[in-house]
Write a protein that binds this ligand. Structure first.
Ligand SMILES: [Zn+2]
Length: 308
């Protein structure tokens, strides 16, 4: 089972306590995949490919309206190559009453968002259950909800913004896709929707990844330092060899000659290590100063050579 399925399973089990939130979550199901149908609005349908969502829809409806006449239809969808589970509220009066409750939540007017924070959270849970998915954090950070209706997309983004998330919107195959790419914001979203065990898993993976990245950065940093040391040592050795070829190392003053000899014997040693090998010991900056003198000497000799 995918991580997305895990999250949906968990969210399907979250039943909000308050009446306002139950209506809000149902209205998300309705707005994303529902219709008021028939010549006189005799039906109100909730359509979803997932039996999980159909079961929750029915549960919420029966909790809110105990004597509501309902029907469950399962239809094979040609376009989606999947089945559609429809929960249908029967009868004009009942359908109208449910629809009216959605309106009173102020959730059906364009980009109006539910007034109460608790209801906005419930709405997002419903929207995600209807048409959302999330990538396994091992593979990357991505959570999305898609809809074909631009007003609805704006509304979902507005609700997310009001709860501290900055969602992006993009188009894919005629649908608008609202997405989160930031690990921290996906954590907020999971928390807002009430997917607490998924959140724990997500956070664990995120911490492990962070640690792995930090270790990699350290390794890269060290490799870069080693590279620098080796390059510097190569330059010093070239200078020493040039001096040796031009005038012979024995012509150098004793202190320079000594540092040159130690370098040739220890081509991979750091400045500190060279300093420790000197008799008497020498500081890193002292060694560095001598190498710069050697390189300067090599440059001068080189100029002389090219002149004559
Ligand atoms: Zn509420």
């Amino acid at each position: 089972m995918s991580f997305s399925d895990d999250v949906r399973q968990e969210l399907a089990r979250v039943i909000p306590g308050a009446r306002c939130c139950r209506i809000a979550e149902l209205s998300a199901f309705y707005e994303l995949e529902g219709f008021l149908l028939g010549t006189h609005n005799q039906f109100l349908d909730f359509n979803n490919s997932s039996p999980l969502v159909a079961r929750k829809t029915l549960l919420l409806l029966k909790g809110l309206y105990p004597d509501l006449p309902t029907q469950v239809l399962v239809v094979k969808s040609r376009s989606r190559r999947a089945q559609i589970c429809t929960v249908r509220v029967l009868g004009r009066a009942f359908a109208g009453r449910v629809y009216q409750d959605f309106r009173e939540q102020s959730v059906l007017d364009g980009t109006d968002i539910p007034r109460k924070k608790c209801c906005r959270r419930a709405y997002l849970r419903g929207a995600f259950l209807s048409s959302g998915s999330i990538t396994n954090p091992e593979r990357g950070y991505h959570l999305e909800i898609s809809t074909e209706l631009s007003g609805l997309a704006e509304k979902i983004v507005a609700i997310m913004t009001s709860l501290g998330m900055e969602a992006g919107i993009t188009q894919r195959k005629g649908s608008l896709v609202i997405y989160l790419k930031d690990g921290g914001e996906i954590v907020t979203m999971l928390n807002v929707m009430g997917a607490h065990s998924a959140l724990l898993h997500f956070e664990n993976v995120r911490i492990m990844k962070d640690m792995r990245n930090q270790v990699n950065r350290l390794v890269n940093c060290e490799t870069a330092n080693v590279d620098k040391t080796v390059k510097a040592a190569l330059g010093q050795i070239e200078a020493i060899q040039a001096i040796d070829a031009a005038i012979g190392l024995e012509e150098l003053p004793p202190k320079l000659r000594e540092v040159a000899r130690v370098r040739l014997e220890n081509p991979y040693a750091s400045l500190q290590e060279i300093g420790d090998l000197m008799v008497p010991k020498m500081s890193k900056s002292g060694v560095n100063y001598r190498f710069r003198q050697l390189q300067e000497k090599a440059r001068q000799l080189d100029k002389l050579n090219t002149k004559y």
